[in-house]
Each structure stands twice: as C-alpha cells, then as structure tokens.
Design a protein around this ligand. Structure first.
Ligand code: ZN
Length: 691
C-alpha cells in the first residue's frame, strides 16, 4: 500500500527500515488525517456519540501517536544528525495539533453532548477525564477571560523558559581555577577532568565549576574547608540578587506565582495549589500539607539523631568542632566510609546482567502468573532483545503483551533509563480487534569487558526493576479503553507506585540469592556483603526525608498560602525560612537563595506537586508491606497476594482512581508506617542518640 515504513500500522513498528527521509512525509500524512478526522467529528451534523467519535478521531490520533512515538524513540536511542533534523522539523506541527485538539470548543461541545448512561465504566472514566482536561485547559472560558487565559499561558511559558536559562547561565558563569594543593582529597578522575577543562581554555590550574560531576565530589571529598566554602557560597546564591543582575530569578518567581494564582482564579479555584491537585490523587492542598507535616514529625527524631552523630564524628575524628554548612557533605562521606567500608566494585561481580534478568523474570512469572519468552521483531540495534508475555488460560496460551529491552549504553543513545509505550491495549473501535500492549524498556548499562557478560551495579539492578514495574503497569492491564488502559490516565502522584514497588525486591535476601552469581566463581552474594549494603541503605534517611519534605512543604505553601498578587520580593524567602524552622535539622545560612534555582517547580511540571515523590513512596511501601505480611514458609512472596495486587493495581490501570485501586488491594487507605519501617525510622532510638 505504501513504501513508507512509518505508515505501516499492521503490527509492530518497522524499526529496521525507518530512515530520516520517511519522517516528514509520514508525519504530514498522519497529521492531515488527524486534522480531517477532527473536522469530521466536529461538523454540526456529526452525532455526539462516544463510539462514533472514537471510530474516526481516536483511530486517527492513535496513528499519529504511534508514528510520532517511533520517530521520538529512534531520536532517543539511535540519534543521527539527519534524524534529529527531521524530528525537530516535524515537532512543532505535532505539538501544535495536540494543543489545538485539547482546546477545541466544538469537540468539547460534542463530548459534553454524550449521554454518559450509554457508556461502560471504562468509557465513563475516559470521558470524565476528557471533560476535566477541557475545563482545565480553559475551554469553558468566554470572551475577555478566554483571551486573558491564553495570554497567561503564553507568558508563563516564556517565564519558565527564562527561569531555566538563568539557572543554567548562572551555574555556567562560575569558575574557580584552583591550585593542585587546594584539591587534596578530591577523586583523581575529577582532578583530571578539572585540569582538562582549564587546558581547553589555555589556562593554568584546575577549573572547578558548579556542575554536579564537579561540585558534588568537591563538596564530599575536598579536605580544604576554604575551597568547599567558596563553591558552596556560589552554588546556593545562583540566579539571586547576589550575582549578575541579568540572571536574577527573584522578579521572575514573583511574576510566575502571580500568573499561576490568576490562572487558578479564572478557573474558579482559590489558589494554584487547589488547581494543581484536581487531576491528582491527593484531594486537597490541606491533605498534602497534613501528610507532609505528619511525616516530618515522624522523621524529625531520626534526623536529629543523624545530626548528633555527624557532629560527634566531626569533632572526634575530623577535628571540626563547629561544622559550617559547607562541611556537612564532607563529614557525611567520611562517616559513611568509616561505618560501611565496602565499594561498588566489590558488589558488581555478583550481578552479571543475564543472571539479574533471569531473576527478575522469575519473580514476575511466579508472582503475576505469566510466562516471558523471547520473541521476534524488527529492531534498531543488534543488542536490543524483544520478548513476549503470555498467560495460560483455559482457552489456551494467550498473548498479554510484548516489550523491547535495550539495555546497553552506546554512542547516539540518550542517557538514563525509562519505560515508554509503543502501543496501548485497546479494543479497537474501527475493527473490534483487541490490540495488545507493547512497551520499550531502555537502560544504559555498561557493556561487558574481556568477553564477560555486562556487570550491573546494585543501583543498575534497582533501575531495571523500577522501569520493569512501569512496564508491567502498561502491559498487564486488562482495560480495553485506550485513554485509561495501563498507565494512561493514572494520576500523576500515583504513577510511581508500581515502579517503586518493584525496587523493594532488590533488597530481599532470598531474591538476591537467586539473582546473583559471581562472574568468575558463580557464588551468590555473601551474607556479610549483603549486611553492609542493608546497613548503608538507610544511612541518614531521617535527614534526607526532612530535606525532601522541606522542598515539598515550601512548594505547596507557596502555591496556597502566599498571596502572590500582593507579595513583596522578600516574601518567598521569608516563607522558606518559616518552613526550615519547622522541619529542617541542619541550619541554613542567611545568604542561601535555593528557590532561585528550584527548576522543578518554576520551570518543570512539579509546581504544587513536588510532594508526589514522597506520596508515591508511601503507596509503594505500603503495597509491598502486604507481600511482607504474607510470605510463605520458605520466605517467598505469596502468589495469592500477587494475584490481588495484579488485579487491583496493574490490571485496573487508569480505569478508576488510584485510591479506589489501592483500597481494593489493601482493604484500607494507605498508611505511612511501612515507608518509615523500610527506611529505618520505626526502630526505637537509643537515649544517647538524642542527647
Ligand atoms: Zn519511574
């Protein structure tokens, strides 16, 4: 029919045949079809019926999503200059279409006209989500309010872009050309990189910057307190009134907060915090604030103990009687070394990639009653492996889903790890076929050397389990409606439940016994090494929890309690100082201006949503506790609990609220007890720890 592989929707993407020159014509074609579909379903005489709209519009937009998804995927894992150019050329047109679709008044009217009594439960949820998104996108606004809403959106986009540019530029603006004598204690690779950076500029000495790969090790390891102070002061005052005025984010923060408050009020909410939680699992800002304060109160004694231990170690072992803000990381690293002397290099040989993968698959197969086998598909690189997930049913073997695993780091592949969907489970409205879900699992593990298999760090193993958890959420779903199947439509503050849940297995002794084999001897992980890993796992967890709560509480209070329309420049720092007084266990210096580079909430998607990290951790820890409570006589997880978890959480996907799913599994609302226990914050504290 067509020779363009991007336009072949018969089954899996033809990753081995897609070339940069296919992108523009294919995207043009699917965009044209999607636009025509939008016109067709919004015509005055087109019926306000769910299936009628789905047959035309959803079928067309799904094709756009799949074709564009394949291009985006290749851009991420097999980048070439030609592909990048084709991707960047097409992207604005794709983005513009989705924006137009989301605010189309005619389409909104068609959805409004649908008689929900004619819909099944999944369709009703998808319909409710769509209606909510139209409203939050400003579709109900009329006249001047509508114009103002559009202006606010545009200005916010500019400001958030400027905010992140300032954060970046002020980071880049700093350099300190150090003498070698100042770098005592800094790891040799960091020293070498600093020398190379200075040399590249034709300068003498060692160029130190505020970029993480330089800043972090200097703060952790440099013996010179003066050097750490110099970098610390520069770091915590970036993009503030203390630096280059052209990078100062202070006025931007006030304007962003003002616009967010106005946007929320236009849509009928008192403040941006209320607006932010509408599509989330949390019910109100007050609930979030209560949750954070409760967790802070529970974590505080442990955080205080951590600080006492740091102070004690600093004065006894390091001769630092009165630690300053730039000393804490250094003291922490030294204490960690003294307590848990083991290195990642000792752990790695026990985790050859094939053994780990085999262990992961066994857990999934046993717990969720499926089989994972190798399968065939066109791929973009020879190291990519394709699998299928099957289930034995009374009617025979049934295909549940499929996934690509692209495990290794290589040139032209983006760093990090992620799960992405290739296509969703969907009872297709055009031909009534049941489409099975397909996922990408992408990691960046090191390749094996000397003919040996790749060896994973324990962090790599956790990453693999995490992404596989997202993958299971996408692939084990039993929902037939596209927009609420798998991870689609799952609340943003609950989407990390299945991924963080899987991480827990990486700390289980029985699991590790079956998942480790020393690359030379075949021996499983020794108990002594395991005990050290477990002890180090919760090092300073009280302090770290309080640090996260400080950010999250500040974020939510800023978007609910500060009246941005009347706020003066000092108001933001004043609020942060109140939060610090309430929850922090380490004093912050008066000159610290960390909000000026808080890009998560001022230029990312986390505004009044930073709490989500902790929120989802509570859910995943509590869900995992159900497995701990039901282990069998051999200490293995119960298949019955696995089945209930699969049905309540994984199979239900976005077809109902995350709270309903959680309660269906646990029989009650989530509790923070399991998280506190997993992070070592439920054991009683020794008297002297609080002295
Ligand atoms: Zn994740």
């Amino acid at each position: 029919m067509t020779s363009n592989p991007l336009l072949d929707f018969s089954d899996l993407p033809l990753f081995d045949r897609i070339q940069p020159e296919h992108v523009a014509p294919a995207i043009d074609a699917v965009l044209k079809q999607a636009e025509a579909a939008l016109e067709q379903v919004t015509a005055p005489d087109f019926p306000s019926e769910w299936m009628a709209i789905a047959r035309v519009l959803d079928v067309a937009t799904e094709r756009l999503g799949r074709a564009w998804g394949a291009v985006g995927h290749l851009n991420a894992v097999a980048d070439t200059p030609a592909l990048r150019a084709a991707y960047n050329e097409a992207m604005p047109r794709v983005t513009a279409f989705w924006t137009r679709l989301g605010a189309d008044e005619r389409l909104y009217a068609k959805y409004k006209g649908i008689d929900v009594a004619t819909l099944n439960a999944e369709q009703r949820k998808a319909h409710a989500n769509a209606m909510r998104n139209f409203v939050l996108g400003g579709a109900e606004l009329q006249g001047a309010a509508r114009e103002r809403y559009a202006e606010i959106q545009e200005r916010q986009a500019e400001l958030s872009q400027k905010f992140s540019e300032h954060a970046l530029d002020s980071t880049d603006a700093f350099a300190h050309y150090a003498e070698l004598s100042e770098l005592d204690g800094v790891p040799p690779d960091v020293v070498a990189a600093a020398r190379a950076a200075a040399e590249a500029e034709g300068k003498a000495g060692y160029k130190l910057t505020l970029k993480m790969p330089c800043y972090l090790p200097v703060m952790q390891f440099a013996r010179s307190s003066a050097l750490r102070e110099r970098l610390y002061r520069a770091y915590v005052t970036r993009a503030s009134e203390f630096g280059d005025p052209s990078f100062d984010n202070t006025p931007l923060i006030l304007e962003i907060l003002k616009l967010r408050q106005e946007e929320a009020q236009l849509l009928g909410y008192r403040n941006f915090g209320e607006l932010s939680v509408v599509p989330k699992m949390a019910e109100s800002p007050e609930q979030v604030i209560g949750f954070l304060r409760d967790l802070a109160a529970k974590a505080k004694p442990y955080g205080q103990r951590d600080v006492v231990q740091l102070r004690d170690f600093a004065s006894r072992e390091l001769g630092i009687a009165d630690p300053q803000p730039w000393d804490w990381s250094y003291i922490g690293e030294k204490l960690k070394e003294a307590r848990y002397a083991f290195s990642e290099q000792e752990v790695k040989p026990y985790f050859p990639a094939p053994k780990v993968l085999d262990g992961l698959f066994k857990i999934v197969q046993n717990l969720f009653e499926v089989q994972i086998r190798r399968d065939e598909a066109p791929v973009w690189h020879p190291s990519v492996v394709f699998y299928r997930i099957e289930r034995q049913t009374p009617e025979g073997v049934q295909k549940v889903g499929q996934f690509y695993l692209d495990p290794s780091a290589r040139a032209a592949k983006r760093g990090g790890a992620w799960m992405d969907d290739v296509r969703a489970r969907w009872l297709r409205p055009d031909d009534q076929r049941l489409q099975t879900p397909v996922a990408h699992l992408v990691c960046n593990f090191a390749e094996g050397v000397d003919g040996k298999p790749p060896l994973l760090t324990h962090d790599d193993v956790i990453t693999l389990f995490h992404e596989f958890g997202h993958g299971l959420h996408h692939m084990l779903t039993q929902v037939n409606e596209h927009d609420v199947s798998g991870i689609s439509g799952v609340e943003w503050d609950a989407v990390e439940l299945p991924s963080q849940f899987m991480e827990n297995f990486c700390w289980e002794w029985d699991v590790l016994q079956n998942m480790t084999a020393h690359v030379d001897t075949g021996a499983p992980l020794p108990r002594a090494l395991y005990d050290k890993m477990i002890a180090a796992k919760n090092f300073q967890s009280g302090m770290q929890t309080l640090r996260q709560i400080e950010f999250a509480l500040f974020d939510m209070l800023l978007h609910t309690q500060l009246d941005a329309s009347a706020a003066q420049p000092g108001a933001v720092m004043a609020l942060l100082n109140e939060v610090r007084t309430e929850v922090a266990v380490l004093p912050s210096p008066e000159f610290s201006r960390t909000p000026m580079t808080f890009t998560h909430i001022f230029s990312g998607g986390y505004a009044a949503g930073y709490y989500s990290y902790k929120w989802a951790e509570v859910l995943s820890a509590d869900a995992y506790a159900a497995f701990e409570e039901t282990v069998d006589a051999q200490g293995l997880p119960s298949v019955e609990t696995g089945r209930r978890y699969r049905e309540a959480i994984l199979e239900a996907g976005g077809s109902r609220s995350a709270m309903e799913s959680f309660k269906a599994f646990r029989g009650r609302e989530p509790s923070i007890d399991a998280l506190l226990r997993h992070q070592g914050m439920s054991e009683p504290l020794a008297e002297e720890a609080l002295a």
